[in-house]
Design a protein around this ligand. Structure first.
Ligand code: ATP
Ligand code: MG
Length: 199
């Protein structure tokens, strides 16, 4: 059991993981003096039921590759291994069981902050973790209406990168170098992910 730690939780579909995710986690880790940031790739994301999401093992492995070089970054399989759609409340309950006495900081981009209050069991969410909303180009961070006791806002360097854009770049034969870590570029190519003949 791991005690008395300050642990960031970076949830995402990570389809694929990109430098925007990594900068968000790194900035929050520095600002909040976190001991660790655990990246949690979703199983089946309930918000994304309409599009085909890449298999969880590919997304999990890309997340491992992207975070391997940072000693503070780890990856959790809690969502990948839980059957059914992924809800953040379940993620936090599971992580709470593992990081017993840790203080949890759930990291979200500005677009996800807008949705937090619509998430399942949002009141219990705030009991389980403090939420940190980071700026993201194209999204307004000020308008969530959530009490600042539960949610802090943090300005981070603006990286106008999204997984959606990375996928369509690969499908169009455009490069994703420097948008995602080198190992992820190579993983995408090795397994021919996101190719238009594959989508
Ligand atoms: P998609 O386009 O498939 O939705 P995405 O780029 O939004 O992918 P997600 O896996 O949906 O990536 O995002 C995981 C978390 O990372 C969310 O909280 C999201 O707001 C945040 N995030 C993603 N990209 C950025 C970015 N460029 N800057 C800051 N936060 C980001
Ligand atoms: Mg998204």
């Amino acid at each position: 059991m791991i005690k008395n730690r300050r642990v960031g939780v970076m949830g995402g579909t990570f389809d694929p993981i990109h430098n925007g995710h990594l900068v968000a986690a790194s900035e929050v880790a520095a600002k909040y003096a976190l001991d660790e940031v655990v990246f949690v790739p979703t199983g089946k994301p309930w918000q994304k039921a309409s599009r085909t999401v890449t298999g969880a093992e590919h997304r999990y492995l890309m997340t491992v590759i992207a975070t391997a070089s940072n000693p503070q970054f780890t990856v959790s399989r809690v969502d990948v291994d839980r059957p059914g759609p992924t809800y953040t409340i379940d993620t936090l309950r599971d992580l709470r069981g593992y990081y017993r006495d840790a203080e949890l900081f759930f990291i979200t981009g500005a677009d996800a902050v807008e949705q937090i209050i619509s998430w399942k069991d949002s009141n219990e969410l705030f009991d389980l973790a403090h939420f940190v909303g980071v700026t993201r180009p194209g999204h307004d961070l000020e308008s969530s209406g959530i009490d600042d006791h539960h949610l802090s806002l943090l300005e981070i360097p603006a990286l106008a990168i999204s997984s959606t854009d990375c996928r369509s770049r690969v499908a169009d034969g455009q490069p994703v170098w420097y948008l995602v870590p080198d190992g992820v570029v190579q993983y995408i190519s090795k397994y021919a992910l996101y190719r238009s003949d594959n989508a």
